[in-house]
Design a protein around this ligand. Structure first.
Ligand code: MN
Length: 191
């Protein structure tokens, strides 16, 4: 199976000024593409050569896991954005958020804190647990909550390459602006 870089559902400049064209040229065009290329090279001659990406994430280790998970994580991250997003959750997802975090604002504060305080490179995730509740988890490097039986609904990439061109060291500002482009219609569709 040849893995490929998915098309973005918007133009490279569509998320400006929150995420610049230059950041997407590197983050999507170089970093994401490189994970795809590395994965396609690494799986040759292994038992992962003909399996789908989810199987790789659940079963692989080392470089195949790292590159496969990074392909999946970045696609999941980029596809949650829209230049004209639905700015708030509705329906069942809103009910779940209010059941766990009281208000959408308190949910965003909790998620933002998890994203800002993650040490080093990694991801902050909103997930659905096996018992049907929401949770917010941090993962380091390429790690993905699917590996722990959790269902990802939204992620924020806090590797420096995600924000350094636009925000330099100011991760908290990047995370704050992140909320302005998250499309809750997409997040709801993942529930
Ligand atoms: Mn990234």
């Amino acid at each position: 199976m040849i893995h490929s870089l998915p098309n973005l559902p918007y133009e490279l400049n569509a998320l400006e000024p929150i995420i610049s064209r230059q950041t997407l040229e590197f983050h999507y065009g170089k970093h994401h593409q490189t994970y795809v290329n590395n994965l396609n090279q690494l799986i040759i001659g292994t038992r992962f050569e003909d399996v789908d990406l989810l199987t790789i994430i659940k079963e692989a280790d080392g470089g195949i896991f790292n590159n496969g998970a990074q392909v999946w994580n970045h696609t999941f991250y980029f596809e949650a954005f829209s230049p004209s997003p639905q700015k708030v959750p509705t329906g069942k997802l809103l009910q779940l958020i209010e059941a766990k975090y009281q208000t959408f604002e308190q949910f965003k504060d909790t998620f933002s804190q998890k994203a800002v305080t993650l040490f080093g490179s990694g991801w902050a995730w909103l997930v659905l647990t096996p018992n049907g509740e929401l949770d917010i988890v941090q993962t380091s490097n390429a790690a993905n909550p699917l590996r722990d039986g959790l269902k990802p609904l939204l992620t924020c990439d806090v590797w420096e390459h995600a924000y350094y061109l636009d925000y330099q060291n100011r991760r908290a500002e990047y995370v704050q602006r992140f909320w302005d482009i998250v499309d809750w219609k997409m997040v709801e569709s993942r529930l």
